[in-house]
Design a protein around this ligand. Structure first.
Ligand SMILES: [Zn+2]
Length: 236
């Protein structure tokens, strides 16, 4: 009965489609669960922020050192210009001031270098902030697309599952059991094969015409004598 094999062939098409949809849903779920880029963006931002704080702290420390030194020079100069104290003490004071002034020059250089480093770290932090914001925006849009795709895939699968249940209900139990068993057993999951130009499409074997006639006329399912798949002979 070609009617039966036709229905089994349609059932198989639905099963193949349902499996394909399930795989796609799985892939979509995996893509949605992937938070690698989010973590990477977060890490890059935190590192840039940390570097900036470090540079700021270094700069502050040098500025503090410079301010203390300037204060000391000022105090020493006031003392020196007051003229109080013996010549030896004043001479020692003068040497201290000279030494501190030299040190001040070096410190000023260092502060300038530190300010540049802070500025560079600030620019870098902004660059990373903008770059990661762009990446995260793209990612958010992509996730939205994936979410919508997933909804559509789920709806499609439900629709196919309903169709499948209706079709399966119209097939008698022994044929359905045979179909299920073959689908599990066949390496490609193909249980129903069409007969095209006298060949079984499942195993490519050329079938004797008597076998084809039997498949065409028999009411139950007729299996290929070579591969055991259920044969469907298209009309005409
Ligand atoms: Zn075959």
């Amino acid at each position: 009965m070609p009617e039966l094999s036709r229905r089994l062939l349609d059932l198989q098409a639905l099963d193949v489609e349902i499996e394909r949809l399930a795989r796609q849903i799985q892939q979509t779920d995996a893509a949605l669960a992937d938070e690698l880029k989010i973590h990477a963006a977060d890490l890059a931002n935190r590192q840039a922020e940390q570097t900036l704080h470090q540079r700021q702290a270094e700069q502050k420390e040098l500025e503090f050192e410079l301010a203390s030194l300037e204060q000391r020079i000022k105090t020493h100069e006031q003392h020196l210009y007051s003229g109080r104290g013996g010549p030896r003490e004043l001479e020692s004071l003068r040497r201290d001031i000279e030494h501190d002034q030299e040190r001040r020059g070096q410190l000023e250089e260092k502060v300038l270098v530190a300010m540049e480093a802070t500025e560079a770290a600030r620019v870098e932090r902004e660059r990373i902030r903008e770059a990661t914001a762009r990446v995260l925006d793209e990612l958010a849009a992509q996730r939205q697309r994936l979410g919508a795709e997933r909804e559509q895939l789920l709806a499609d699968r439900t629709q196919r599952q309903v169709q499948r249940a209706q079709l399966a209900a119209s097939i008698d139990a022994p044929a359905l059991t045979l179909y299920e068993r073959l689908r599990q057993r066949m390496p490609d999951g193909i249980a129903v094969a069409e007969v095209i130009q006298s060949h079984c499409e499942g195993c490519r074997t050329s079938l004797p015409s008597a076998e084809i006639q039997r498949a065409r006329r028999t009411e139950g399912a007729v299996q290929c004598s070579e591969c055991q798949r259920i044969l469907h002979v298209p009309l005409g």
